[in-house]
Design a protein around this ligand. Structure first.
Ligand SMILES: [Zn+2]
Length: 302
């Protein structure tokens, strides 16, 4: 990994962001194609997000500048519509050591050849309405097993803000979003790291149960974790981290921000809030290094 570090409560440490969305030109085109008459320029205007150039390497370059500015060593870039693997692979190839290629996959349209250079297949069962137990998911897990890749599975509450702003209907089905569904899957593919983002996004207890029983399950800490408001008792980041550290331990937590777009860029506030919470809990430097960078590097470079 490159030697870039940033200041933290523990002093200077390497930071690798496990969750950054790569909103490529193709992502905008995919949104535009879902509403008759809508153009990519209108999508850009309505979302208040500049339209990235068609060449994904240019957007990747913008992200390298943004990461440089914040002292971030590397980031997992998530291609956020199915069929956009090439964008994140291009970003990773153009900037070796800077990005990991994560890409959304709809298992019903799985093409292993398109994922040859992808580090992680990202599944959104509620979005595409399938169970992780369906036969269509098996080839994705086998690909990960055979090629030492990661499978990321979005569980819990799923809302895609940009769809709402564009007035696009989101016919998601939350029936398929319980982390418990992953129990048998994770046991069956014990060598495949399975990442559940946002601590289960509302299924915190279930995500902890799953991770407790399956040593190949990882939780990503990304976003502002708005799901905390669903909890019966008061839960803040410190409580969340304390319980996650107690059950899952520091080797299976992956720091992430859920950054996605410009002009917002890298969400420093997420880092500030999470590092402060962890520091106040007494996390030591070695464990901070694990959560903020080493765990992600380990699972993406087996
Ligand atoms: Zn996200």
């Amino acid at each position: 990994m490159n030697p870039i570090e940033r200041e933290s409560p523990w002093g200077s440490i390497a930071v690798a962001d496990a969750h950054v969305h790569f909103f490529s030109h193709r992502f905008f085109s995919a949104l535009a194609s879902q509403k008759p008459g809508l153009t990519v320029d209108e999508v850009s205007a309505q979302l208040g997000m500049p339209l990235p150039p068609p060449d994904p390497e240019k957007l990747a370059l913008a992200w390298t500048h943004e990461l440089d500015r914040h002292g971030i060593a590397c980031a997992a870039l998530i291609a956020s519509v199915p069929g956009d693997e090439e964008s994140v692979v291009a970003a990773k190839t153009a900037h070796p050591g800077r990005f990991f290629a994560y890409a959304m996959a709809n298992p019903r349209a799985w093409r292993a050849e398109a994922f040859a250079k992808v580090n992680a297949a990202c599944l959104f069962p509620a979005m595409h309405a399938y169970s992780v137990h369906d036969d269509c998911v098996r080839p994705v897990l086998e690909w990960a097993e055979q090629n030492h890749r990661v499978v990321f599975v979005h569980c819990g509450v799923l809302s895609v803000g940009v769809r709402g702003k564009l007035g696009l209907q989101s016919l998601f089905d939350m029936r398929f979003s319980n982390p418990i569904d992953l129990h048998f899957v994770a046991l069956r593919y014990p060598s495949v790291p399975i990442v559940v983002p946002h601590f289960g996004a509302g299924y915190f207890r279930e995500a902890l149960m799953l991770a407790d029983l399956c040593p190949n399950v990882y939780l990503d800490t990304s976003s502002s974790n708005g799901w905390m408001r669903y909890q019966e008792s008061h839960l803040d980041l410190r409580h969340v981290f304390r319980r996650a550290l107690d059950v899952v331990g520091p080797k299976r937590l992956l720091f992430g921000t859920d950054s996605s777009t410009f002009p917002q860029g890298w969400r420093q506030q997420i880092f500030d809030d999470q590092s402060t919470a962890l520091y106040e809990l007494g996390l030591n430097l070695a464990d901070a290094r694990a959560i903020f960078a080493e765990n992600l590097l380990r699972i993406t470079s087996p």
